[in-house]
Design a protein around this ligand. Structure first.
Ligand code: 6GU
Length: 224
């Protein structure tokens, strides 16, 4: 998979991809992430990338021309499966969306800043708009990192057996059951007896029951 991320602040996003699991995914050649600084497609001698909104109002708008030039150049180099604009106006990210994006080959992520991007960039290029939740961030960069992480970890070969995505919270629309490691007792709190029993069928049954109980308690909406 190849992800091209377009932003005014590409350096803000570098460390997540240089650390731990995402770093290993890149080193193994399972994912490539390319950053593009929108300033490189700025116009005029002032290298302008944003301007005041038509119709007035507060805040600056990211101009159509630099974004269109950048995206058009990328599109001339390869076919993209989706061109995603990260915006609080988008569809809220969930595991199902991450799963469906993880089978794509080439993706573009556009990070908005200021008040957002000129509508014509959306009309010309954007195929999907994604938000990471009902709150506002200073820009789309952290959202792009969240989306990239959720997708890259699903690529075959990225996680090892122990980290397997198959037992994640949300994979079956269930939250995680309680988990423990040594010691068996700590400050008077003991690990549930069943987990020490060696009866793997009974353990699996308990884990499923606990996952259901916790999901009912915290996120009944997932069971509907
Ligand atoms: Cl994608 N962008 C911004 N700026 N804020 C957000 C968001 C995205 N998703 C949730 N909040």
């Amino acid at each position: 998979m190849r992800i091209d991320i377009i932003s005014v602040l590409p350096e803000f996003m570098e460390s997540p991809f240089k650390t731990s699991i995402l770093k290993r995914a890149m080193e193994k050649g399972l994912a490539e992430v390319h950053f593009h600084n929108i300033r490189d497609w700025s116009i005029g001698k002032h290298r302008q990338i944003d301007d005041e909104p038509y119709g007035g109002g507060a805040g600056m708008i990211m101009m159509v021309e630099p974004l269109d030039k950048c995206i058009s150049e990328l599109k001339s180099q390869r076919d993209y499966d989706e061109i995603i604009y990260l915006t609080p106006d988008g569809e809220t990210l969930n595991q199902k969306m991450a799963n469906s994006l993880s089978i794509k080959k080439n993706l573009i992520f556009i990070c908005g800043h200021y008040k957002g991007i000129d509508q014509r960039v959306r009309d010309l290029h954007v195929t999907k708009e994604i938000s990471i939740g009902d709150y506002v961030l200073t820009g789309g960069e952290l959202a792009a990192c969240v989306l990239a992480d959720s997708v890259i970890r699903l690529l075959p070969g990225v996680l090892n057996d122990e980290q397997s995505a198959l037992t994640d919270s949300f994979q079956d629309n269930l939250l995680s059951y309680p988990i423990y490691t040594r010691p068996a007792t700590y400050k008077g709190l003991s690990v549930p007896e069943i987990l020490l029993s060696g009866n793997f069928a009974a353990i699996e049954e308990w884990q499923h029951e606990e996952a259901l109980r916790i999901t009912k308690e915290r996120r009944p909406d997932l069971l509907e």
